[in-house]
Design a protein around this ligand. Structure first.
Ligand code: ZN
Length: 771
């Protein structure tokens, strides 16, 4: 990339780097990267002035950004423009990111000098807004600073998930539309006091600059400011189309200034949103101002038009907005302007007059609360894609429809709109109405959470033991919601890998949790600390798992099989066997039994060969009807472990098209050869084990996918194929005894276990007639 001294920067080794200010060091949520709960917090600093002060190394300076991977405290409170000194290891960037280097930082930053005074003032304004908002209910308190200046530091992760699910997360970032609303309010005020147009323009420009500083001048905020300028210019002329040349000039200017923008999705969406505002805001404003006050009509029109402008881009990228996001955005739009403007007023007056700020913040909180309500309500709806093709075909169809609508008369326009409305309503309600789920008498459900684990064990009406929370809060929350789980007497986090714990906020959401059981190996450190923090914040006490613990809730009893307990002779001995440093090998393996039904399940967490062998050798493994296959069916399995349990049904929790090659063909083969019927969440969706009326009888129900192409929606509206029925355990060597419904006696059990190894047992699974 032709930067001077690239070799020195690329060389790994200790370095002292002094970086000028963290312009792109956004509020924590943004810094961590969207939704990637597993990544380390990072920040990007402008490269100019980044240099090595180590005597043996050359000082390097580059305009290309440098990525800092940071941990620990002290980073979040840095102000933009603050120079810092830090120690870290410089490594070359991987992948195709536009970076000069990546610095893995050790220790806290050491500030050099003071940040520039406008940034200090801006910091005070931001914290003034946060303080003033603290009188609001928790969700509104976190969302208001995000709405006004993109400060997401106080946002609850569960609310972030809901906002994303509802298609409202764009509200928490500073956008052109956001800026237009604030500056628009300033200009409206100028009109009200009959300020001369020239002075009004100056006032608007000053407000724009002030806003950029308060919202932190990151590239995305600067971009938003340019786009807002274009939009305001065009709208003040009264005709949106007049802004098109200005928009094109802005695109060229920004690309010349920062070529990297050419491949930034954020930039494309920003341009699309501005184009949407130019084309749609004026006519929408005219319509809305018949019902709403002028300013509110304008602001609502801008919010809706910006969203509409993004739709073609999202379609082209195969990311159609969810159906529920359309009503969510329409309903939220009128609250965005009052919340933003009142929030901005609060921020401005808070440092000088806290009492006044508290007065203004209450109505702002009402508007924010409305947005929270919409997000919560919409997030509960099924994840539905519109019945619309994606890619070029989808874009073409959309353009064709718009052309027809524009050319057609009023009547045809109405007919088309009514048809669209009916199709939308039918699709949404078809998804909402899911007869047959959860199936009656379900014992255990493996939730389809993608690549990860989340197992739910029925523990009575509205209550369930939950083992792992999957990689993302949303699917586990949705799965628990479908099952009607409101209380979790025991929550087990088998180990701290993100595919098991990152969904924790979703499992906790709106549910009471008794106790948590966690692995004795708190690694990876970052995830383990984060999970413990989340549990503590919800007032949930964590206990370290060790073999031999047992827990009873309603009809089920859980026993911890692994990791092995500290030796009774030496209580100070570690629970994790010496040498076990892999979180997978130290994950919590459980036996679950429903004594009344005579059914047992073994949940294998992510243990691999080493621990599996140790478990087989320990003799602690019970015989069980159901096996949750360890480690997503990976290759690292001990065949003895898979077969000695003697399960009839196996469930593999695994993500579709995962990059790990899970489940491994060899593992599937071992299971099939042993006569174990395997179900997998990537193909079957949520998998439920059901107790049939015959004692000891089991059946399997599958829910299908949340992400199936829309064409299968109708098929899914039918009851799930509660299809494969497992009859009570067969007696060995007696294929005709299949229908016998008695729970096997102890003797027949041990007899079976002896003969089982020598001869294959018939599957004992028959397909039930369609319900
Ligand atoms: Zn895993």
């Amino acid at each position: 990339m032709g930067m001077p001294g690239g070799a020195a920067l690329g060389a790994p080794g200790a370095a002292v780097v002094s970086a000028p200010g963290a312009a792109a060091f956004e509020a924590p949520g943004a810094a961590e990267g969207q939704g990637s709960a597993g990544t380390r917090p990072s920040l990007t600093v402008p490269g100019d002035g980044v240099g090595s002060a180590a005597p043996a190394m050359r000082r390097v300076s580059t305009r290309v950004p440098v990525l800092l991977l940071v941990s620990g405290t002290g980073w979040r409170s840095l102000l933009p423009g603050q120079r810092v000194r830090l120690h870290g290891r410089v490594t070359p960037p991987r992948g195709d990111e536009f970076l000069a280097g990546v610095v893995v930082v050790r220790g806290p930053p050491r500030p050099v000098g003071h940040p520039p005074w406008p940034q200090t003032a801006a910091g005070e304004i931001r914290s003034g807004l946060r303080n003033a908002a603290s009188v609001l209910p928790p969700d509104a308190r976190g969302l208001l600073p995000a709405l006004v200046v993109g400060d997401v530091s106080g946002l609850d992760p569960a609310l972030v998930t809901d906002l994303r699910a509802a298609g409202l997360s764009h509200l928490t970032a500073v956008s052109g539309a956001n800026l237009m609303i604030v500056i628009g309010a300033v200009l409206a005020l100028a009109r009200l006091v009959r300020l001369r147009p020239r002075w009004a323009a100056v006032l608007g420009a000053v407000a724009l600059i002030a806003f950029v500083i308060v919202a932190r001048p990151s590239p995305s905020v600067l971009r938003a400011a340019v786009m807002a300028g274009v939009g305001l210019l065009a709208l003040s002329a009264g005709r949106g189309r007049a802004g098109v040349p200005a928009l094109l000039a802005a695109i060229i200017g920004l690309l010349l200034f920062e070529p990297e923008l050419a491949r930034s999705l954020g930039f494309v969406l920003s341009v699309a949103a501005t184009a949407g505002i130019l084309g749609l805001a004026p006519p929408l404003t005219r319509r809305l101002s018949r019902r709403l006050p002028r300013f509110l009509a304008e602001a609502t029109a801008v919010t809706i038009a910006a969203q509409a402008g993004c739709v073609p881009v999202l379609l082209l990228l195969d990311r159609p907005p969810g159906l529920a996001s359309i009503p969510a955005n329409l309903l939220a739009a009128p609250a965005v302007a009052p919340a933003t403007v009142l929030g901005a007023v609060t921020a401005v007056v808070a440092p000088a007059a806290p009492a006044l700020a508290e007065l203004v913040v209450r109505p702002a909180g009402l508007a924010t609360g409305w947005i929270v309500t919409i997000a919560r309500a919409t997030a509960g709806l099924p994840d539905t894609a519109p019945p619309w093709p994606s890619g070029l075909l989808g874009l073409g169809t959309l353009i064709l429809l718009i052309v027809i609508l524009m050319a057609a008369g009023r009547r045809i326009r109405r007919v088309v709109l009514v048809i669209l409305l009916v199709v939308t309503t039918v699709t949404v309600s078809a998804r909402l109405y899911e007869p047959g789920w959860p199936p009656a008498d379900w014992l255990m459900v493996s939730c389809d959470v993608g690549q990860g684990d989340a197992t739910v064990l029925a523990a009575g009406e509205g209550s369930a033991v939950v083992v792992d929370a999957g990689p993302d809060p949303r699917p586990v929350d949705a799965c628990l919601r479908r099952l009607g789980v409101r209380s979790i007497p025991l929550l087990v986090l088998t180990h701290a890998h993100a595919d098991h714990v990152a969904g924790l906020p979703g499992a906790l959401r709106g549910r009471t949790v008794g106790t948590a059981l966690i692995s004795p190996l708190p690694e990876p450190e970052y995830q383990a600390a984060k999970a413990s923090g989340t549990l503590a914040a919800h007032g949930v006490q964590s206990h370290i798992a060790a073999a031999g613990q047992s827990f009873t809730s309603g009809p089920l009893t859980l026993t911890t099989l692994w990791p092995s307990a500290p030796s009774p002779a030496d209580p100070s001995a570690p629970a994790v066997p010496v040498g076990l440093t892999d979180p997978n090998e130290a994950s919590v393996v459980l036996a679950v039994s429903w004594a009344r039904l005579g059914v047992t399940a073994v949940l294998g967490a992510d243990v691999e060969t080493e621990s599996q062998r140790a478990l087989v050798a320990s003799g602690r493994l019970p015989r069980a009807e159901i096996l949750k296959v360890p480690h997503h069916g990976s290759r690292d399995q001990d065949p003895q472990f898979l077969t000695t349990i003697g399960a009839r049904v196996a469930i593999t929790s695994v993500g579709a098209e995962n990059t790990y090659g899970h489940p491994a063909p060899a593992t599937l083969n071992t299971l099939a050869t042993a006569g174990v019927r395997n179900y997998r969440t990537d193909r079957d969706g949520d998998v439920a084990v059901i107790a049939t009326h015959a004692q000891g009888g089991l059946a399997i129900a599958r829910r299908g996918h949340a992400h199936d192409p829309p064409t299968t929606a109708a098929a899914r509206a039918h009851p799930p194929r509660a299809a494969i029925r497992a009859t009570p355990r067969d007696r060995p060597g007696c294929p005709t005894c299949r229908a016998e419904s008695a729970t096997p006696t102890r003797r027949s059990r041990s007899r079976r276990s002896r003969s089982r190894r020598s001869r294959p047992i018939p599957l004992g699974l028959v397909t039930a007639p369609p319900p």
